[in-house]
Design a protein around this ligand. Structure first.
Ligand SMILES: NC(=O)c1ccc[n+]([C@@H]2O[C@H](COP(=O)([O-])OP(=O)(O)OC[C@H]3O[C@@H](n4cnc5c(N)ncnc54)[C@H](OP(=O)(O)O)[C@@H]3O)[C@@H](O)[C@H]2O)c1
Length: 284
């Protein structure tokens, strides 16, 4: 006698891909039974289920995972069954992220050597740099974190064999219509220096420049492209855009600007794909 239940099928799938299964559970389409026979074998019933499309979870190492955008990227990846991890330098962030099921590496980007960073990112499918000094510790900190940090992480990623790299940067003309102070100008110079360091590598990089960041709830809609007007965007929407781009391995070696808008994020990413595809190439 054979018994087929949706629970058993779910358990088998859960063993194979635990987190992805939680995020995309089996869908029970129908349960019928008992039946006389199925291919000659008597059964108690038949469950017709749709399996989630199996996919390998993505391991992503995030520098800045304790911060506004970085934490949201980590949360969204974890919720989708991927495996985010990242660098934190405060014990309370280790605990807060652990409570979301996110393991972290304790360390300071400035203090760590390239070899130590390479050990930390080893095994990742992608790295995201979303750290920043935030103007809190003076211009030197901005130089070391915003300016030197991405190049240092790129060197470590190359050493560890991790090719995909997303850098969260800034619009070059951000607030240039206002009279900004010397520290802000220093920040902008460092952000540009970091972009240059990354584009000069042979990594599979993407630079995402968000406009002014807000903590309001995300809308799921943006204005994304090669050159946009600097306005405002929520950290939620930046994170969703970064996650969508992480999953778009065909988009590479592009500098994208993103600001609040009206286009659903998946559509906005698809439009970038269309706009940047080489002439004559097949669209995904
Ligand atoms: N604010 C804006 O309007 C704006 C606009 C466009 C682009 N951006 C850029 O967007 C990115 C994300 O912004 P955000 O507001 O999400 O940043 P955030 O909340 O300030 O987070 C930055 C994170 O970087 C971490 N960090 C700094 N120095 C570090 C170090 N030496 N080692 C390890 N981690 C370090 C911080 O750790 P701690 O938590 O320990 O301090 C923090 O968690 C930044 O690069 C920022 O420059 C910002």
């Amino acid at each position: 006698m054979t018994t087929v239940t949706d629970e058993q099928a779910l358990d088998r799938d859960r063993e194979r891909t635990p987190a992805a299964c939680d995020a995309h559970p089996l869908e029970l389409l129908a349960f019928c039974g008992p039946h006389e026979a199925l291919e000659g074998e008597p059964v108690d019933g038949v469950a017709i289920v749709r399996f989630p499309r199996w996919r390998k979870s993505m391991k992503v190492f995030i520098v800045g995972i304790g911060g506004g955008v970085g934490r949201r990227v980590g949360e969204q990846l974890a919720a989708a069954g991927d495996e985010p991890t990242g660098l934190v330098r405060q014990q309370r962030q280790v605990e807060a992220l652990a409570s979301l099921g996110i393991k972290t590496k304790f360390g300071d980007l400035v203090a760590m050597s390239v070899d130590e960073l390479a050990d930390a990112v080893h095994g990742a499918d992608a790295v995201v740099f979303s750290a920043g000094a935030g103007g809190k510790d003076g211009d030197d900190a901005t130089t070391r974190i915003d300016g030197d940090g991405p190049g240092k992480l790129a060197e470590a990623a190359a050493l560890a064999g991790v090719r995909r790299f997303i850098l969260v940067s800034v619009f070059p003309e951000a607030w240039r219509e206002r009279r900004m102070d010397a520290s802000f100008e220093h920040y902008m110079v460092q952000k540009k220096r970091a972009e240059i360091a990354l584009v000069q590598t042979d990594l599979d990089w993407l630079i995402v420049r968000p406009s002014a960041l807000l903590n309001d709830p995300g809308t799921g809609r943006v204005d994304l492209g090669l050159a946009k007007v600097h306005e405002q965007i929520t950290r939620d929407d930046v994170a969703t855009t970064v996650v969508a781009l992480l999953k778009s391995s065909d988009l590479s070696r592009l500098i994208l600007e993103v600001t609040g808008g009206e286009v659903p994020i998946a559509e906005a990413v698809a439009a970038v794909r269309e706009a940047t595809a080489p002439c004559g190439s097949e669209q995904a």
